[in-house]
Write a protein that binds this ligand. Structure first.
Ligand code: F6P
Length: 514
C-alpha cells in the first residue's frame, strides 16, 4: 500500500521535485525538516522530501512493523534468524541492570577497562605501543574511533592497527617495535579468521625471535573463543557473545584499543552517547526519530529515485575512517538480495557508501557530485567546535587553527549550497544543474559522547532500512564463498595443480608460479 503510494507520489511529484522551489514555497522548510537528536543535529531540508513523501515513508515503516521489530531487537529476540541469534549490541551500552545480560556485560566491561587502565599506567606497564590485530568488525571500529578521539588520547601510547593478510601491513611495524614495550591485541570474534591468525602468528614469531619471552604478558585477546586464545598462549582474554555482530562490536571488548587510548571514563562516555541514541530510537515518535527518518530516506532514494550510491563527507579529519567503517556497517548488513526468509527480493537494497573527509574530496570526486550524470545524495558531517584547546599551543597558533576551522565550516556549507542551488543561467562546461540532495549532520564537538551517539545513529538507520527491505541485516553469508575458494586455491599455489579450474583462474595461477 505505502509502497504503491510512494511510487505514485514519485511519478506525480517526486521525479520533478526541485529543492529551490521547495524552499521558495515554504519558509519553514528548514525548521520542519531539521531534527535535534541526542548529540546530533540533522538538517534534512536539502533532501527531495515533501510532507506527502514523509507521510508515505512513515506509513511504510508502520506497514513493515518497524516498531515491533525494533522492540524485538532491544528485548533480545533471535531476529538474526539465519544464524539463530539475538542482536543485542544495544545491551553493551545500557546502564547496569536495564538490558538483557547486564551482569555479564558489566563484569566484562569492568575487567576490560581495568586492564586498559593498567596498560595506560605507562610507567608501571612499560607499554608504549599497542597493536590491534583484527579485520572487519574487529578492526574498523577502533581504527576509526581512535583517531576520532585523538584529542583525548594518552600522550605516550601509540595505537597501531594491522588487518591485511598482506605482510606489508605488519612488516614495517615490526622493524621498529620493541617487544618489551609492545602489547598485541588479537581481536577476533571467532579466533579463526585467516588474516588475523596469520598476522598473530607472525607477530608471535617476531616477538620470540626478538627476545621476548612473556607471550602471556605481551599478547591479549578479545574474542568469543576463549579456548582458541588459550591454545595460542594468551591468558588475558576479554570475551563477548554471539549476539554481538562483528560490525556492531566496537562497544564490546573489541573496543579495547580505544579504551587503552582514551581511558575508562571516556570509553564509558562513548557508551553513554550510544545509549542516549538507543533511547531516542526506542522512544521518539517515528516522525521525529532521526535514525528512522534517515533509514526511510535511504529507501526513498534507492528504490524510488534509483540512486545507487551515497557519499559521506565528514568535515573533521578525525573522522577520516568513518566512510570505511560505514561501508562495513551498511553494505555488510544490507547488501543482500534475498529477504529474511531466503526468498529473492524484487527491489534493490543497500546503496554503495563511499567518501573521504572534506575538504579533500572537494579537490577530487566532488566534480562528479556537482556535474556528473548520476545524482548521488551526499551526507555532510560538520563539527561546530574544534578540540584544539586540549593541546598546549601558542596563542598565535591557536588563532591560526581557529581560522582554519572557519574555512573548513564555510567549505562544508558551500558544498551543500552549491549542490542544491547550482549555477542558474550557466550552461555547458560551466553549468551546474543544482537540485542535488544532501543531508547535514552536525555535532557540537567530536568527543566520546557525540561519537557514540553518531555511530549508534548509523546502526539504527541501517536497522530501519533493513527492516523496510525485509532482510536480515545481521548475517553475512556473502563473505563465505571467497573464503572457501581461497582455502582450495592456497595448496594449488604451491603445487601448481590447476585441474578443474576455469581458464582465467588457471592462467593467473600459472603466471603467479612462473
Ligand atoms: O568475513 C567477514 C567477517 O566475518 C566480518 O563480519 C567480521 O567482522 C570479520 O570477518 C572478522 O571476523 P572475526 O572477528 O571473527 O575475526
Amino acid at each position: 500500500m505505502a509502497w504503491a503510494a510512494l511510487r505514485g507520489h514519485h511519478e506525480a511529484h517526486g521525479r520533478d521535485f526541485d529543492l529551490r522551489e521547495a524552499f521558495a514555497r515554504d519558509p519553514q522548510r528548514f525548521a520542519s525538516l531539521s531534527i535535534e537528536a541526542p548529540a546530533v543535529f540533522a538538517d534534512l531540508s536539502k533532501n527531495w522530501l515533501d510532507p506527502a513523501a514523509v507521510r508515505f515513508l512513515l506509513d511504510l515503516a508502520g506497514e513493515v512493523g518497524l516498531e515491533a521489530r525494533r522492540d524485538a531487537m532491544f528485548a533480545g529476540a533471535p531476529i538474526n534468524a539465519s544464524e539463530g541469534r539475538a542482536v543485542l549490541h544495544t545491551a553493551l551500552r545500557a546502564p547496569r541492570g536495564v538490558a538483557p545480560f547486564s551482569d555479564e556485560v558489566h563484569a566484562t566491561l569492568d575487567a576490560m577497562l581495568a586492564f586498559a587502565e593498567r596498560v595506560r599506567d605507562a610507567e608501571a606497564s612499560g607499554i608504549t605501543d599497542v597493536v590491534n590485530i583484527g579485520i572487519g568488525g574487529s578492526d574498523l571500529g577502533p581504527r576509526m574511533a581512535v583517531p576520532a578521539l585523538a584529542a583525548y588520547a594518552h600522550p605516550r601510547i601509540r595505537s597501531h592497527f594491522v588487518s591485511n593478510v598482506d605482510g606489508h601491513d605488519l612488516a614495517p611495524l615490526l622493524e621498529w617495535l620493541e617487544p618489551d614495550r609492545t602489547l598485541f591485541i588479537v581481536a577476533s570474534k571467532t579466533f579463526t579468521t585467516q588474516e588475523t591468525m596469520a598476522n598473530a602468528r607472525t607477530a608471535k614469531a617476531w616477538f620470540q625471535a626478538a627476545g621476548g619471552t612473556d607471550v602471556a604478558k605481551h599478547f591479549c585477546a578479545t574474542t568469543t573463543n576463549v579456548r582458541a586464545a588459550a591454545e595460542f598462549g594468551i591468558t588475558a582474554t576479554f570475551g563477548f557473545w554471539d549476539w554481538v555482530g562483528g560490525r556492531y562490536s566496537l562497544w564490546s571488548a573489541i573496543g579495547l584499543p580505544l579504551a587503552i587510548a582514551v581511558g575508562a571514563d571516556h570509553f564509558r562516555a562513548l557508551l553513554a552517547g550510544a545509549h542516549a541514541m538507543d533511547r531516542h530510537f526506542a522512544e521518539a515518535p517515528l516522525a521525529r526519530n532521526l535514525p528512522v527518518l534517515l533509514g526511510l530516506l535511504d529507501v526513498w532514494y534507492r528504490n524510488f529515485h534509483g540512486c545507487t550510491s551515497r557519499s559521506v563527507a565528514p568535515y573533521h579529519q578525525g573522522l577520516a575512517r568513518l566512510p570505511a567503517y560505514l561501508q562495513q556497517l551498511e553494505m555488510e548488513s544490507n547488501g543482500k538480495r534475498v529477504d529474511a526468509g531466503g526468498e529473492p527480493l524484487p527491489y534493490a537494497t543497500a546503496p554503495v557508501v563511499w567518501g573521504e573527509p572534506g575538504t579533500n574530496g572537494q579537490h577530487a570526486y566532488f566534480q562528479m557530485l556537482h556535474q556528473g550524470t548520476d545524482v548521488i545524495p551526499v551526507e555532510f558531517i560538520a563539527v561546530r567546535e574544534t578540540s584544539h584547546e586540549r593541546l598546549d599551543l601558542a596563542p598565535a597558533v591557536r588563532a591560526a587553527l581557529e581560522d582554519q576551522h572557519a574555512k573548513l565550516l564555510a567549505n562544508c556549507l558551500a558544498q551543500s549550497q552549491a549542490l542544491m542551488q547550482g549555477r542558474p543561467g550557466s550552461a555547458g562546461h560551466r553549468g551546474f544543474p543544482g537540485n542535488r540532495p544532501s543531508t547535514t549532520l552536525m555535532l557540537e564537538r567530536l568527543d566520546p559522547h557525540s561519537l557514540g551517539a553518531l555511530l549508534a545513529l548509523y546502526e539504527h538507520r541501517v536497522f530501519t532500512s533493513g527492516a523496510v527491505w525485509g532482510i536480515n541485516s545481521f548475517d553475512q553469508w556473502g563473505v563465505e564463498l571467497g573464503k572457501t575458494l581461497c582455502g582450495e586455491l592456497l595448496p594449488r599455489l604451491a603445487s601448481g595443480d590447476a585441474s578443474g579450474l576455469d581458464g582465467s583462474t588457471a592462467g593467473l595461477l600459472a603466471r603467479l608460479r612462473r
